[in-house]
Design a protein around this ligand. Structure first.
Ligand code: DSN
Length: 433
């Protein structure tokens, strides 16, 4: 950062401080990760200078011979890894990626089914505070019984038959289990809906074949962000089959090729020029995701999550659905230790453990003072943390939250965090990171 430090020391200083924060703390927000140096280089490259509206070979600007190379490679790598027919790699991030799909297939007022926010769904899955929730008629389904985190597919089928959604959407941002995609597909086929899975959180785990891939269950569209478990730059991708799986029952405008509709929806429908530096960095992360090292990483993310969940529960934590099948978990802090999630987040921040407050299913408390915190293992696993480290972290978290007034508990926790971060250094040495 020689140029930046000389030209703009204030910004350089803030970046340096952020690097130190990341190095010195335990990053446990399940949607965060650490990209490789190769990804960082692509992201900070001259590709940021270029306008490339359109798609490879069909741009509205000259001089795109090299951005075409980048975007074509990214598309091909995404299609291979996720086993699909088409990839649009231009969405700037997760929200526009989902919006582009909705706007491709639905008119304002049309019906779509998605998971309720407090049960794990995302804001763009129909929360009334999002523009999407106002524009479309979202029917929100819930987990039932909550303790098990199951979805009641008989009820889903009944409601789908009654409301005739155009899209049946599954996917989540704070749901600690995996789905049985077959059941969603069965309901969608019955009512002629398109199947869409937003796998933003688990894209990297699907890429590494350690979690189920919705395309293997006949899904039409899969969206994923690139910066969570996939460990790339911030961004999104829309992946799809070439044609809808059930053309006779599909809505009129989906009888043509899905990719064409989706591409047009991203550009010119929703976005302008793609961020080619971001797409170049996505290509790099996809190359990494195809390696045996990444597959081993993804497997370890799951092992670490199980170990952390077990340690927390052994120490009195009540986890939503009593455990995890993926990379994350939600602790009901009110039930566990009678403190709200915002306070738990703050207490852990004080000892260098970063988590985020989270709603629990049908939370009686509001989003800024919810009952839970959400945490996960992708970032720490990138640093090389193991299941044994997770046991220590689980105990440490429980000790701090059990004893919110205890300076001794906090001091012990700070020492543990320091020891662990020194044991697994970040962005040093000659490894990928
Ligand atoms: N903000 C993301 C997350 O943390 O899960 C979802 O958009």
């Amino acid at each position: 950062m020689t140029h930046l430090s000389q030209y703009d020391p204030e910004i350089a200083g803030a970046i340096e401080n952020e690097l130190n924060r990341q190095r010195d703390g335990l990053e446990m927000i399940p949607s965060e990760n650490f990209v490789s140096r190769a990804v960082l280089e692509a992201l900070g490259s001259v590709m940021t200078n270029k306008y490339s509206e359109g798609f490879p070979g069909k741009r509205y600007y000259g001089g795109n011979q090299f951005t075409d190379v980048v975007e074509n490679l990214t598309i091909e790598r995404a299609k291979t890894i996720f086993r699909c027919d088409h990839a649009n790699v231009q969405p700037l991030s997760g929200s526009p990626m989902n919006q582009a799909v909705y706007l491709a297939f639905m008119k304002p007022g049309d019906t779509i089914m998605g998971m309720d926010l407090s049960h794990g769904g995302h804001l763009t899955h129909g929360s009334p505070v999002s523009h999407m929730g106002k524009l479309f008629n979202f029917i929100r389904y819930k987990t039932h019984p909550e303790e098990k985190g199951r979805i009641d597919f008989d009820e889903l089928m009944r409601v789908a038959k009654e409301t005739k959604p155009k899209i049946i959407l599954c996917g989540y941002t704070s749901y600690p289990r995996d789905y049985d995609y077959t059941d969603f597909k069965k309901v969608a086929d019955e009512v002629g809906a398109i199947t869409m899975a937003d796998v933003a959180h688990i894209g990297g785990l699907i890429a590494a074949n350690v979690m189920r891939n919705p395309f293997d269950y006949g899904f039409d569209i899969v969206t994923t962000t690139t910066h969570k478990t996939l460990r790339g730059p911030r961004g999104g991708m829309i992946l799809s089959r070439g044609v809808v799986s059930n053309p006779l029952k599909a809505p009129e405008n989906t009888r043509e090729n899905i990719p064409t509709i989706l591409d047009r929806s991203v550009f010119p429908g929703l976005q302008g020029g793609p961020h080619m530096n971001q797409i170049a960095a996505t290509a790099v992360c996809l190359k990494e995701a195809a390696t045996p090292e990444f597959h081993a990483y993804a497997k370890q993310v799951l092992v670490n999550a199980k170990s952390l969940a077990t340690a927390l529960m052994a120490d009195g934590a009540k986890l939503v659905t009593d455990g995890t099948d993926n990379h994350m978990m939600v602790i009901d802090c009110v039930k566990s230790w009678r403190i709200p999630g915002n306070e738990a987040e703050k207490l852990l921040d004080q000892v260098g453990i970063t988590t985020n407050k989270s709603l629990i299913p049908d939370d009686p408390n509001p989003p800024f003072k919810p009952s839970g915190i959400r945490l996960g293992t992708p970032a720490l696993t990138t640093r090389g943390f193991t299941e044994d480290d997770m046991k220590i972290i689980g105990r440490t978290i429980a000790e701090v939250l059990k004893n919110p007034q205890s300076d001794d508990a906090k001091s012990r926790a700070r020492t543990t965090v320091r020891d662990l971060t020194q044991k697994h250094p970040l962005y040093s040495g000659l490894s990928v990171l």
